[in-house]
Structure formats: C-alpha cells, structure tokens
Design a protein around this ligand. Structure first.
Ligand code: SF4
Length: 191
C-alpha cells in the first residue's frame, strides 16, 4: 500500500473511533452528535462566524435541522441568542457556562486526550503542524474556502505578541482569536 493509502486508512480508523466517542459523550447529556457539533463549533468560532447561517454552512446541514438543533440547545440552557446591534434581523449565538462545559469536556474525547498525553511537547507540536498543513493542502485541493483556523488565513498579519491585523475586515484583533475558526478564512496562495 502506498503512503496515501496508508494515511487514508489511518485517518479513516481514527475518525471512526473519534465519531463513536463523540456519540457516547453526547448520549450522556441527552444530545445527538449534531447537537454536540453545534456546541463544538460555537465554542471555537470567531465573532464573524457565530450566526445560525454559519452553523448551517459549517455543518453542511439543512436549515431545518440546524434551527431544530439550535432551539433544543437553547431550551436545554446550552446557548443564547443575541440580536446584532446593527442589523436586528441577524442573531449571534453564544454558549452559556453549561454549554461551554459540555463542549470542553467532550472535545477532544477522553481517549484522544489520553493518547496524546503519551507524547512530549515536541512531538505534539510537530503533529499539530503536520495536521494543520494537511488540512490546508486538502482545502486547497478541494478549493474549499471558509471555516479554517484564523492564524492560517491569507489575511492574517501578526502585529505583536498581543494582537494581529485582519486584512479582510481591517480590524486589529487579540492574538488568541487567531486560534478560532472563521467562516471568511482563505487558504494562502501556494508558493
Ligand atoms: S484573518 Fe482571515 S480567518 Fe482571521 S478573521 Fe480575518 S478573514 Fe477571518
């Protein structure tokens, strides 16, 4: 089997185990995997990406499924809807303390946490970089735009330790926001 075959095989096995664990984590809170996906996403997205339409696009789900999931999570006290200050037709979604607790305790799944704890910082850091690069390469191959980690975006410019500049929105943002998912993310040009 060539490298692509082996890597594909491994990723498939890892993602199956991953999905099974997420399903188990959801059951303990009375949630389906799609509900947990909404919580994970809202716990990781930035201020340009926290609308119901962004959740729908990120999940690749229908409008109906997304809005049912949002209503259920709101009813369970896991998320809040807030009207946009400029455009009252738009809602922003945010997690409550309870929603954050479910999201952070379920992701990453405990087995992955345990497995990664066997690595030193150097190996974990190399693995992170390689997976980030693999994700960028796949996004480039599939011409996928949006929903990438901000710090890997074409428009991300580091200013100093505290802030970076987003060339798309023309805003200066705090450095930790570089770790968040953004729907406007664009993969940098190759080379
Ligand atoms: S730099 Fe890119 S990913 Fe980050 S906020 Fe700006 S558009 Fe979004």
């Amino acid at each position: 089997m060539n490298h692509a075959g082996k890597i594909g095989d491994l990723l498939e096995r890892i993602s199956t185990l991953f999905r099974n664990e997420v399903r188990q984590a959801g059951l303990s809170h009375g949630l389906h995997p799609v509900h947990l996906e909404v919580l994970f996403y809202l716990n990781r997205c930035n201020q340009f990406s926290d609308t119901p339409a962004s959740v729908k696009d990120f999940l690749g789900a229908t409008k109906g499924t997304t809005s049912q999931s949002i209503s259920l999570l709101e009813k369970k006290g896991y998320l809040l809807k807030t009207k946009d200050e400029q455009d009252k037709r738009v809602f922003h979604l945010s997690l409550t303390q309870a929603g954050q607790e479910v999201a952070t305790s379920s992701m990453p799944p405990p087995s992955l946490r345990q497995a990664l704890s066997r690595y030193g910082d150097d190996v974990s850091s190399q693995l992170t970089q390689q997976l980030e690069q693999l994700l960028i390469n796949i996004q480039t191959e599939t011409s996928h735009t949006g929903f990438g980690t901000c710090k890997t975006c074409k428009f991300h410019r580091t200013e100093n330790k505290q802030t970076f500049f987003c060339e798309l929105t023309q805003m200066t943002l705090p450095t930790p926001h570089g770790e968040l998912i953004c729907r406007e993310h664009v993969v940098p040009d190759a080379g």
